[in-house]
Design a binder for this molecule. Sequence first.
Ligand code: OGA
Ligand code: NI
Length: 352
Amino acid sequence: MGDLGEAFIQAPEHRPNTHLINSGDLISPDEIPTIDLSSLIDPDHDKTAIAKEIADACKRWGFFQVVNHGLPADLRRRVDETMAEFFNLTTEEKRKVKRDEVNPMGYHDEEHTKNVRDWKEIFDFFLQDSTIAPATTEPEDTDLRKLTNQWPQNPSQFREICQEYAREVEKLAFRLLELISISLGLPGDRLAGFFNDQTSFVRFNHYPPCPNPDLALGVGRHKDAGAITVLAQDSVGGLQVSRRSDGQWFPVTPNPDALIINIGNCIQVWTNDKYWSAEHRVVVNSSKERFSIPFFFFPSHEVNIEPLEELISEDNPPCYKMYNWGKFFVSRNRSDYKKLEVENIQIDHFKA
Ligand code: OGA
Ligand code: NI
């Protein structure tokens, strides 16, 4: 990506401070939990124990790792290979599938998080081709638009592998959604209906080595907007999570057999702040490139997000006003595309 232009430079208070994270004596020992899903193989096995572990992790961190998650290791390897092959193409080649302001899927190397440019390039594709979303961000405009994927000619097996990965990761996401529902004392299928015409997508992230890793970030601090994110990361490391209790940054230690799960804003709102959508960011380094693959499990555009009525009461009144997912989604897509004059849309804007 060449030199570090001004657009990439983080304000001093948001710079990585990697020394804080690496010297163990400066932070209290604490760790993002790892949860073993192997007991799910038997559908009749009691899910309460896992649900309890998930509840604790969602309250305290909003992040956990899962092992024995059922996503085939061989598929994971093939996706990693084909993703690396794609990013290895010339910029000219990759830009043939470049996203634009209307169609958010495809290749992009100018993403901004909170108006600072990220040190990365990405490729996005929807789980459902096509995906329906509002045509504009205008609240009164009910027009819809069909959004479609863009696929590169090379690598030749790229599309097929991407679609296979998307199907597998979606299965895991639905299993986790069920566990999360159970963990809240709700029926296992309470949340599934929100995903009938989902707007979910898979993203390939490539973070090249960065000449000034102390000034820039691979992804600036942010919360994920959807319900759940399922993230595969390689062995390089760089993801950091802000602890709910005090905002301290903690690394998510790479484990090649694990997938990282984090709660997004929709679940924070549905649970009326019981579960936490944590801020996280990616630190880059000057010697190693890094790859990661988030799956953003997003509801249908029609869903209006608000605290679930079963989870509110007189003592626990709703903390959020209702907002429409589709309009939120479209508004976010426009603002990630380029630098804006104002802060982009956040859930705090819907605080009651
Ligand atoms: C993201 C993200 C983390 C990572 O793409 O939203 O937080 O490790 N990525 O790449
Ligand atoms: Ni994220």
